[in-house]
Design a protein around this ligand. Structure first.
Ligand code: COA
Length: 333
């Protein structure tokens, strides 16, 4: 029988949030919303916001450095970064981050899948490890949503925050703790308009028309996205547990993209998980896009809610539409 592919094993983790905090009360002082509405409809109380001049790469460097330290490494042989808010439309953000982490010459590139970006970046990196292209990969998810949020749009301004998270993956054995399981990934571009930044890309530029008012901002049709998010994450989770050979009651913790506390409840109820299983930090950080999952993992491990040996189900959903899920047993880091 052919030997199984080498697995990608989580060997280090790090997170970084910019220090400035915006509370619901701060937002209600500047737009037509209330702390009560935001808490009840989203579960969010506060979010961290990058100060003017702080870009996605700045947060990425901080998170990446912490993940490398956690893995006991100074360098890796690949840097894969994911973001919805790159420093510039061109080039990718990853090479600059790699260079600032002292890894000039190391291959570095970006993966784009909006809020599912971390899972897509993990899957890409696991493939590179399985193919023998890399032994150690630094995967960084970083977001400065405050750069693209319309400050007057209460449907998004109350939801999104900034931050970065990172993991180091190493080549390892599929049976060891930390080994990423099979990836379930999907997309449905029919609904690309549910989450988008309409202007700034080749479509708007080549149209010869100037951007419409506010077209440079992030737009989300929240109610419709909510429905898709619950449905897609639930199905992806079922497929990932099946691929891992886990019964639903084998799952100790659900780590789902922190889009909305009500989405977390809906997904975990549909999966039949106990109330203490979904990990959550949305109250403190809001929705930080692709960075949501690695920051959640870092915070949950720090707080002792995620322990070595826990059977963990990871899932995300975002613009594209895109979604994904995978499994792992949380390692001793
Ligand atoms: N404060 C007060 N009222 C608000 C508000 C705010 N910040 N935002 C919207 N409202 C109002 C609306 O105007 C609407 O009023 P109306 O009934 O008089 O028309 C009402 O609240 C309900 O709006 P709706 O958009 O239906 O709210 P919602 O309960 O769907 O919550 C989101 C909005 C964005 C929080 C929610 O839809 C959501 O989380 N969507 C999913 C996001 C997601 O999964 N993203 C994944 C990829 S990032």
């Amino acid at each position: 029988m052919a030997a199984p592919h080498p697995a990608a094993v989580v060997a280090g983790i790090g997170a970084w949030l910019p220090p400035d905090v915006v509370t619901n009360h701060d937002l209600s002082a500047r737009m037509d919303t209330t702390d009560a509405w935001i808490r009840q409809r989203t579960g969010i109380r506060r979010r961290h916001i990058a100060s003017p001049g702080t870009a996605a790469s700045d947060l990425a460097v901080e998170a990446g450095r912490r993940a490398l330290e956690s893995a006991g490494l100074r360098t890796v042989d690949m840097v894969v970064l994911t973001t919805t808010t790159p420093d510039k439309p061109c080039p990718a953000t990853a090479p600059a981050v790699a260079a600032r982490l002292g890894m000039e010459g190391v291959p570095a590139f970006d993966v784009a899948a909006v809020c599912s970006g971390f899972l897509y970046a993990l899957a890409t990196s696991a493939g590179l490890i399985a193919a023998g292209t890399a032994d150690h990969v630094l995967v960084i998810a970083t977001e400065v949503y405050s750069a693209i949020i319309d400050p007057a749009d209460r449907g998004t301004a109350v939801v999104f925050g900034d931050g970065a998270g990172a993991v180091v993956l190493r080549r390892g054995d599929p049976d060891e703790w930390g080994a990423l399981g099979a990836f379930v990934l999907g997309s449905d571009g029919v609904h690309e308009d549910l989450i988008q930044v309409p202007a700034g890309g080749s479509r708007q530029r080549k149209s010869g028309l100037p951007p419409g008012p506010g077209d440079e901002f992030f737009r989300m049709r929240g109610k419709e996205v909510f429905r898709h998010a619950v449905q897609r994450m639930t199905t992806a989770c079922r497929q990932a547990t099946l691929a891992a050979g886990w019964e639903p009651d084998r799952v100790d913790r659900l780590a789902a993209h922190q889009a909305n506390a009500r989405i977390l409840t809906a997904v975990s109820e549909r999966l039949g998980l106990a109330g203490d299983q979904p990990l959550s930090n949305i109250e403190q950080v809001g929705n930080i896009g692709a960075a949501s999952l690695p920051v959640l993992l870092a915070h949950s491990a720090e707080r002792g809610e995620l322990k070595p040996g826990h059977h963990l189900l990871l899932t995300a959903f975002g613009g594209g539409l895109t979604w994904g899920a995978t499994t792992l047993v949380w390692p001793q880091l």
